[in-house]
Write a protein that binds this ligand. Sequence first.
Ligand SMILES: CC(C)(COP(=O)(O)OP(=O)(O)OC[C@H]1O[C@@H](n2cnc3c(N)ncnc32)[C@H](O)[C@@H]1OP(=O)(O)O)[C@@H](O)C(=O)NCCC(=O)NCCS
Length: 255
Amino acid sequence: MSSENWKTAITKIEPGKIHVRGYNITDVMEKLSYAETVFLILKGELPSKAEAELMNAILVASIDHGATPPSVLGTRTVMSGGNSLNAAVAGGVLVIGDTHGGAIEQSAKIMQEWAEKDTDASTTASQLVDWLKENKRRMPGFGHRLHKIDPRTAKLFEIADKHGYSGKHIELCKALEKTLAEKTGRQLPINVDGAIAAVISDMGFDWRLGKGFFIISRVPGLIAHAYEEKTREKPMRKLGPLPFEYDGPDEREIE
Ligand SMILES: CC(C)(COP(=O)(O)OP(=O)(O)OC[C@H]1O[C@@H](n2cnc3c(N)ncnc32)[C@H](O)[C@@H]1OP(=O)(O)O)[C@@H](O)C(=O)NCCC(=O)NCCS
């Protein structure tokens, strides 16, 4: 092999042979679940039993959240314009950004930086909330428009607890919920993005993979919406859940 070749450590392919992170794909097909294989390809190693169950729960948790999220509206709008399934799904994925699906990445970044501090979880949480207030920032992964308690958060932590799986990021995340309530006077529940951020951080994933977990989970939901739009709705229908009004300039002429 020439040293000038560019390198990849993900999958080795030779005629009749496929090895993902060193494991024969046929063994992976027989012995690993989809969630375990996602863990393997992103982390490079096999998950423990607890990590396998948690990864499965993470991938299921964000699969769909009804017809209103921006990515779903993106997918349906592209499909409604008369495009193909792949274009509609890509349109939805492109809508995912810092304020939709991005909280996992942002929350994991902050938790990974702050959990390095040499203080216990509640002291770190207290310093972090002060820092957020000083910088007029919100803590990503906390608060929800609809859910007072996000059922997906509770389930993820229940699975983690069942296995005694609790590292410094999960501890910091739970301490933050308490401290935010004390210091802001608001109940800001850990939302599913915050819980996922804490769990993947304890699993040792880099925060820069954060949006990836959301995308892997949400794509099947987007495919279902694209297909339903195509097979159930009129093309180019009026899309969008809310009425709106125009408040721009009155009609005018170019002089
Ligand atoms: C999700 C979210 C948009 C829901 O917001 P909401 O319930 O409509 O609440 P509002 O945006 O009206 O905020 C109400 C107050 O709570 C505060 N607040 C809301 N979420 C907060 C957070 N995560 N951290 C700190 N303060 C927060 C706001 O600053 C605001 O305070 P103010 O009235 O003094 O200005 C909001 O909680 C948020 O921005 N969370 C962080 C981003 C995030 O996790 N997104 C993923 C959602 S699944």
